[in-house]
Design a protein around this ligand. Sequence first.
Ligand code: ZN
Length: 230
Amino acid sequence: MGIHPEYSEDLAKIIIKNKKHVREEENFFLVKIKKTQFKTSKTILKLGKYSDLDELKKPEVIQMIERAREKKKKVFRERNEDTVKSRLHHPVENHLISSEFWTKRLKYRYERKGKEKIKSKIKNSIHKGLDFAGKTGTTIYAMADGKVVIAEKMYFEGNYTLIDHGLGFFSGYMHQNEIFVEEGDKVIAGEKIGSIGETGAVTGAHLHVFIYIRGIFVDPMSLLVLPVRD
Ligand SMILES: [Zn+2]
């Protein structure tokens, strides 16, 4: 289970239903919520052609984005068997965070108005993962055991790998230089799955890693401190 970063209550109620008994049993317990102050960045991210609204209106671009959206929607609905049986692994060797989880950020957008004029816009966005700075070619490791369900180039994400860890738990790796795995491959925590790059909408080489649990993005680093059963 993941707790939404903007969950506002001090306590969360977790209900457990046990259907194994003849009569359905229901238990609950309360979990105290410790709130995190997420950052706000004032830097305006200029993303080259990815900031160009005219570019985003091109039919081939629309088609590429739409196809990626449909594919992601389909795999995120899957609820496969739990595969997390070993320790978890840090996705890179150098812990150099260049943008923290859930930071409020500003993205530059523009469109052409006539030949010379440019109309600028600023888009608010939330950083739903964590960025690790690193040189192009630096190894990326799988964070947990699982099955590769996406391994392809997407428009904004660049070279993108998504691993299904079962029960609606996924980890994603974006902007890679190279992808070393294929869809359907089984991977273990710490296995080399790709390398850092600057493909897709980026301002420089880095790994964007995210953890998605049943529709909720959580800080990937919060996972590394959890005990994992055998
Ligand atoms: Zn990122």
